[in-house]
Design a protein around this ligand. Structure first.
Ligand code: GLA
Length: 405
């Protein structure tokens, strides 16, 4: 899928969110809500506290993707209350951190530009929030200098980049070393995405295109060792692992990395889901990683639940139809209820020891890539509404006994 979210000010979002700030979190509400009304937002427990208790892990990472803060107005009550991990929505992608030199498509800027990402990392450090690194390599955000020149040059570029970035952000707890390297089409002979500038650059003169994935993990492992930070998790991140065919490709690549002796700590499942998603297949994705090696972890990295159960050709055609018609600003309660019940089932499915981090792709419904992908249309995929108030989906996650109307 081709995805890119424009930079909206996080300040704008957070200013709109309200939220409870730090302080004593009330316990989850017990029992059903009864009257069909949403519980009082002021009684909302902190998501991160509820999940830490449920997962049995102190400070269990509960994350959200966020954009750059705007100077002077970076207020974060909702983020601070509910989350303890952030992912840079765009600021840590390769084309943001180390673009081409001005006027050149083959030369890197003289040095990386960490200023944007540094703002996020500083904010996180000041607020006791951890950072998931996303991502060291993605075909959609590769500056052309990285894949220019001979195969040996490209390998060297990969080493230069990964070394500089990992060393600059020593406190990142997990890196998506590679993002979306698997083919969408089930293919046991070649499970890799071939329409990738990395695959193409490595394929020069008949060489094996897929080798860049093992190289990336090898390099990241070496840098991690040099840094003396063995706990940095090195992950392979991809979407649609809940679909058996795509999952087979992802797992085949994981096995290639393991067989090559490169360090890999687990799989990041984006889990960009739709209402109507099959939770059994989500569980199967987590189990498949556990079965590949008992040492592998599962991270949920980009969770959201679209309120549209679009057919598959929506994502290739990106028009309405086949994509479902815009539901408008006020999503029907029936859809929000369906979404809430799915979220409840998902968090039950995530409750297994291999799941060591859960992140959403956004905080609240006023800032989501799904308002423009796969078509421009109002979407409501997260746990908090456009004003930052907890939705039914929030309440069913924090208290599975709550029944939405
Ligand atoms: C993919 C990428 C993310 C983000 C989302 C949505 O899932 O991994 O970085 O770009 O698409 O835009």
């Amino acid at each position: 899928m081709s995805r890119s979210v424009g930079i909206l000010g996080l300040a704008l979002l957070l200013a709109a969110c309200g939220g409870g700030g730090e302080g004593v979190d009330p316990p989850p509400l017990g029992g059903g809500s009864g009257n069909g009304q949403l519980p009082d937002p002021a009684s909302a427990p902190a998501l991160r506290t509820v999940l830490a208790t449920r997962m049995g892990v102190v400070n269990f990472p509960v994350g959200a993707a966020v954009e750059l803060p705007s100077a002077g107005s970076f207020r974060t009550p909702l983020l601070l209350k509910h989350f303890n991990s952030i992912t840079a929505e765009n600021a840590m992608k390769p084309d943001a951190l180390w673009p081409n030199a001005a006027g050149s498509s083959t030369l890197p800027a003289p040095s990386p530009d960490f200023r944007g990402a540094d703002q996020l990392v500083t904010f996180a450090a000041n607020n006791n929030i951890r950072v998931r690194g996303h991502t060291l390599l993605w075909h959609q955000t590769t500056p052309t200098w990285m894949v220019s020149g001979s195969r040996i040059q490209v390998q060297q570029n990969l080493r230069t980049y990964i070394t500089a970035v990992m060393q600059h952000f020593p406190n990142v707890y997990a890196w998506d070393v590679v993002n979306e390297v698997a083919s969408d089409t089930p293919n046991a002979a070649n499970p890799y995405r071939t329409a990738s500038p990395w695959y193409q650059a490595y394929s020069q003169a008949g060489a094996e295109g897929r080798d860049y994935v093992v190289d990336a993990f090898m390099i990241a492992g070496q840098v991690r060792a040099q840094m003396g930070r063995p706990n940095i998790r090195l992950m392979l991140n991809d979407y649609n692992t809940e679909l058996p065919g795509k999952r087979a490709n992802v797992l085949a690549i994981v096995r290639d990395v393991i067989d090559a002796g490169a360090p890999i700590d687990g799989v990041g499942h984006q889990f960009h889901l739709q209402v109507g998603a099959d939770v059994a297949q989500v569980t199967a994705a987590l189990q498949a990683v556990e079965a590949a090696s008992s040492t592998l972890e599962n991270h949920v990295t980009e969770l959201d639940v679209s309120i549209y159960a679009d057919p598959g050709d929506c994502f290739s055609q990106r028009t309405i139809p086949p994509c479902l018609a815009d539901l408008g600003a006020s999503a029907p309660q029936s859809v929000l209820t369906q979404q809430a019940l799915l979220y409840r089932a998902l968090f039950a499915a995530f409750n297994r020891p291999s799941v060591t981090s859960i992140s959403f792709w956004g905080i609240a419904d006023d800032h989501t890539w799904l308002n423009t992908f796969p078509v421009a249309r109002t979407n409501r995929p997260l746990l908090f509404d456009t004003a930052g108030n907890p939705k039914w989906a929030f309440w069913t996650v924090v208290d599975p006994n709550i029944t939405p109307p």
